[in-house]
Design a protein around this ligand. Structure first.
Ligand SMILES: [Zn+2]
Length: 276
């Protein structure tokens, strides 16, 4: 499949491409993930992949059906949203959808339904959906968009393939695996370790890493500290650490060495003047 419009999420792309080449795309997917992770992008690509008439990689983005999907005017693609801003899809809407699904496709081989906020449907709507998944016509395909797949009934989930998208990647340089581990270690040290341990951990912030990587590391560290501060009750130490990391990011632009950075962190965290 041609899925490059979706950023990151390489495993999911590979999985779908293999599936399409093999037994073909499934008739029901749950597409979940946080806001900004590309749920709608993937849903459009899958709908395009199901309706595209090209002989090559799908969706080709150029055939008549693809252009209609892109413009949102393909008669065999229906986007279902709740009745009004933020309202979940109702059981009556699902029932109407069931009748509609039994009318054969207008143009192509398939009919695709994209359901927004599927995890927020109440149990009766979800049960109606379940019936449709079990008994709907073979040409009908369902793309269930969800913040959290866990909000759907187990019975519904078991009838679908679940695609869990990862959050959009940081726009800066990508943090290598080792960098992510270092960020966790540093956050641990800043959150609870003594001065010596913090110093030793911080020494790993070697300036040989290059400014871009160092700056990406510090960004990730600040985010991690912020996320921890939300979860913990005593957030003073974490917030202080986050402020320090902010200052460090400024300093990191000035080619200071790892020892100086580590010293700075320790002084900031352990100086007697805790009111700073
Ligand atoms: Zn096409």
């Amino acid at each position: 499949m041609e899925l490059s419009a979706l950023k990151g999420n390489e495993k999911i792309k590979e999985q779908l491409s293999q599936q399409e080449r093999g037994r073909g795309l499934s008739h029901a997917y749950i597409i979940s993930g946080p806001v900004g992770s590309g749920r709608h992008v993937l849903a459009r690509l899958l709908a395009g992949g199901m309706l595209c008439t090209s002989k090559g990689e799908k969706p080709c983005g150029q055939c008549g059906p693809c252009l209609k999907v892109d413009k949102g005017i393909h008669p065999d693609l229906s986007v279902v949203t709740g009745p009004g801003e933020g309202k979940p899809i109702t059981v009556d809407q699902i029932r109407a959808l069931r009748s509609d699904a039994h009318i054969r496709p207008n143009e192509g081989e398939r009919k695709v339904y994209l359901l927004e906020g599927a995890d927020r449907m109440n149990p009766s709507a979800q049960n109606a959906m379940l019936k449709l998944l079990e008994e709907g016509p073979r040409y009908a395909a369902f793309l269930l968009l969800a913040d959290n797949g866990g909000g759907l009934l187990e019975t519904v989930r078991s009838r679908c393939e679940e695609l869990v998208l990862s959050p959009a990647e940081h726009s800066g340089p990508v943090l290598p695996e080792e960098g992510a581990a270092l960020v966790r270690e540093l956050a641990d040290a800043l959150e609870g370790a003594g001065e010596l341990e913090l110093f030793q951990t911080a020494m790993a912030l070697d300036s040989k890493r290059g400014r871009e990587e160092l700056s990406a590391l510090l960004d990730a560290l600040k985010k991690e500290l912020g996320a921890r501060a939300v979860r913990t009750e005593d957030r003073r130490r974490l917030l202080r650490a986050a402020d320090l990391v902010d200052e460090l990011r400024g300093a990191a632009k000035l080619n200071v060495n790892a020892g100086q950075l580590a010293g700075w962190l320790c002084a900031g965290m352990f100086s007697k003047d805790q009111t700073r």
